[in-house]
Ligand binder design. Sequence first.
Ligand SMILES: Nc1nc2c(ncn2[C@@H]2O[C@H](COP(=O)(O)OP(=O)(O)OP(=O)(O)O)[C@@H](O)[C@H]2O)c(=O)[nH]1
Ligand SMILES: C=C(OP(=O)(O)O)C(=O)O
Length: 214
Amino acid sequence: MVRDWTAVIPVKRLSAAKSRLRGAVPAPRHADLALAMVCDTVSAVLAGEAVGELVVVTDDPVAAAAVGALGARVVPDTPAADLNAAMRFGADEIAGLNRFRAVLAGDLPALRAEHLDEALSQAGTRSFVADAAGTGTVLLTAGPGEPLDPHFGLGSAAAHAASGAKPLLGDWPGLRQDVDTPADLRRVLTQGAGRHTCDLLRDLGLTVSCVPAA
Ligand SMILES: Nc1nc2c(ncn2[C@@H]2O[C@H](COP(=O)(O)OP(=O)(O)OP(=O)(O)O)[C@@H](O)[C@H]2O)c(=O)[nH]1
Ligand SMILES: C=C(OP(=O)(O)O)C(=O)O
């Protein structure tokens, strides 16, 4: 497979990130958990064959250093500090309209590189992958010449479908399992998390299944 996709992951400042997940781990380790999930998402994206470049949009210096060390290109957030603005900026302005672009949430610690490759191989024109619940979105893609036109937020799967994006259907549990709440994290513990999240949770004494390194 040719590495012709540019992936984009927006990452909020870690001190404010994943507020609905608060309480899943002791408060002093909350930002570490948010970062570990970002690092596992980034590692899986870069381990695949379809993505040639990964742009992370963030103003967080710790996240920027960590994802930079993993091989991502880091750009600062937009003044709007808004999820859709960050995705639009990364995809349409930094990557550029002439590229195949794929934006993902940074909270997919069970993402498998081969599942992302498979999803992207089905995404010719503007497409999306719904989350496990079927209401949210974990991946939105656009082809050359197409603006990303993201509608992330409550009910985004329906909004992306209504805006003409094609739903991608496949058995990709780690891709679909974003971690917003402690219940989501419990599901990932059994599904198999990546190395960063696994190491952190084991350090906290939690039993977690880990996916083998790609
Ligand atoms: N750059 C950037 N990324 C964002 C922003 N808001 C959310 N994100 C990222 O977008 C992805 C999906 O966002 P959410 O699942 O809503 O994450 P969140 O905002 O940290 O979570 P909650 O506080 O629980 O709403 C995560 O990788 C976030 O870090 C933003 O304003 N700027
Ligand atoms: C941003 C989204 O959801 P969440 O914040 O629940 O991950 C979404 O699914 O569009």
